[in-house]
Design a protein around this ligand. Sequence first.
Ligand SMILES: *Cc1c(COP(=O)(O)O)cnc(C)c1O
Length: 357
Amino acid sequence: MFNLDSLLRNNIKRLVPYSSARDEFKGEATVYIDANENGYGSPLPVNYNRYPDPLQWKLKYKLAEVKGVPPQNIFLGNGSDEAIDILYRAFCNPGVDNVVLCPPTYGMYEVSANINDVVIRKVSLTEDFQLDIAGLQEAIDENTKLIFICSPNNPTGNSINRADIELLLNNFDGIVVIDEAYINFSRQKSFIQELTEYPNLVVMQTLSKAWGLAGLRVGMAFASEEIIHVFNKIKPPYNMNQSTQELAFQALDNVTKVNEWIRETVIERDLLSAALEQLPEVLQVYPSDANFVLVKTTDAKGIYTYLTTKGIIVRDRSKVELCAGCLRITIGTPAENQLLLEALKTYQPQTEKTVSA
Ligand SMILES: *Cc1c(COP(=O)(O)O)cnc(C)c1O
């Protein structure tokens, strides 16, 4: 049986969160001299002299409309990385509890576990990049507090089978985190409509990818009100600055534009995949539900280096488990994709270098 209280670390259960000036007085007033701010203003065309809303309600109400999830079920952070870190700090006793990760996957789950001194249990994906259910069953024990599932997965690009995720949600009494950073490009349905179904579900999304706002740092976590309350207790009081809250709020008016980009990216993904498959140095383009493709090549390092000489930077993932020979290529604009293909067409495999006197 899932029980949030018994899952939480004791120090977090007992934690009295910081109470800000704006927590202690919530009404309207004429003179605010309770937060040691500068009453004159800011040395900028726009004023930022007041502390921002700690809980970002205005932005959350607008996001709630876009996402179809109540604002009380949303946490906003300084990128998804903040949500990942808070999950460890809320649930995992350092050196005692463990997290289950399914490589190859996003690197921050592991880095954040290491920062928080949380034991990592790795259950690799299968050859077709799906969950190894038997392996997961074996790895999970009474100290397993979190499982991270990235779907669509980075760097492989595929979605994880929904039935397998549901199996975990129904049978694991810890928290199942589904990272949906690439959900906008996927054929699969998001899990954010399932929050009432699963008390142990946390869904992460971001404005960094499809929404084109990586520089603003807006990560989102969707979960039960009880879990969101825990996030809010732990986060720094002002974890999202005023300008980010305002700019993200404005950006959400442009859903139509973003949907156009998504449609175009998906078309380009299929065109680029087909064109890459024709190249002699490409052994396989893996099917993608994201805005990138994983490409198995004859010589990842050589092609990577060659492309850098042409001013084109892709990601060499060849040292990653199950990804030998692989490059991860983000789907660019049609012009960028054309430049990539033209460069790859003139790639010559390096022949053995001979040493001359
Ligand atoms: C890019 C990415 C994110 C987004 O991180 P932000 O901190 O929100 O920019 C999250 N998860 C995965 C798997 C990613 O690839």
